[in-house]
Design a protein around this ligand. Sequence first.
Ligand SMILES: NC(=O)c1ccc[n+]([C@@H]2O[C@H](COP(=O)([O-])OP(=O)(O)OC[C@H]3O[C@@H](n4cnc5c(N)ncnc54)[C@H](OP(=O)(O)O)[C@@H]3O)[C@@H](O)[C@H]2O)c1
Length: 250
Amino acid sequence: MTKMKAVVIGGTHGIGLAIAESMTKRGAEVLVTGRNERNLESAAPLVAHALRSDLADMADVRALGPAVKESLGEVDHVFVNAGIAEGGPFESVTEESYDRQFAVNTKGVLFSTQQLIPLIRRGGSIVFTTSVADSGGTAGMSVYAASKAAVWSLAQVLAAELLPRGIRVNAVQPGFIDTPTAGVVGFTPEERAAFKEAGDLATPMRRHGTSEEVAEAAVFLALEATYTTGVKLPVDGGIGQGLTVLTDGS
Ligand SMILES: NC(=O)c1ccc[n+]([C@@H]2O[C@H](COP(=O)([O-])OP(=O)(O)OC[C@H]3O[C@@H](n4cnc5c(N)ncnc54)[C@H](OP(=O)(O)O)[C@@H]3O)[C@@H](O)[C@H]2O)c1
């Protein structure tokens, strides 16, 4: 039997690394990508392959398909997880911030996925990581929200386009998740603590989720949900579900 193979784009820490570790535990040969050398070095012992590939650099993106083919050959599951967020009120959004977020979250995600699709075997899948911010209106996250809405839109189109090839395409939609960056670039420790407290308060379950909780949902979509394509699975402690919670959620 051929060994299951998986790629995690943005798999060096946080949710992506948890996906990579879960897939490795299930017997897959896993390749993770990331940009930061130190993060790649710390992830390398935990996975079969760690590849430096900057989503914001089209030369790297164009080299991704050949590099993955050389390491893994064909693949079964691709998790397109990388993303960066920069917050702030709409009036303060700059062109540079827009370009940085769309370069990674949208352009890099789209063209990296395009590189890997020819390598995916029939019966395989793609799982994108969007965000609870991709719809519904999260204040202070305009550019990030728009970039993630584009990811979900892309996922739906690919679900339709790849159906004839027997490839399922789904997404996980995390709420507030406790990861090394909390998904947001450049927080001071104080800002991070305030963001965490606000996230806990806003979430019906009154806590952050863990990387592992998101990873298990992503792995479920890849491995178990064999009659499911074109869906977005919220992993958000109820924050995106319009719940009315009258207790403290404990
Ligand atoms: N944490 C949350 O609360 C939350 C909520 C909703 C959605 N999300 C989404 O979930 C995903 C993972 O979030 P996380 O909190 O686990 O983030 P994280 O800990 O910051 O990890 C992000 C991963 O993406 C990689 N990455 C970032 N920029 C990259 C680039 N230019 N090229 C290649 N790889 C790059 C990072 O690698 P390097 O750092 O090594 O470059 C890392 O492996 C993201 O798409 C995020 O938007 C997170």
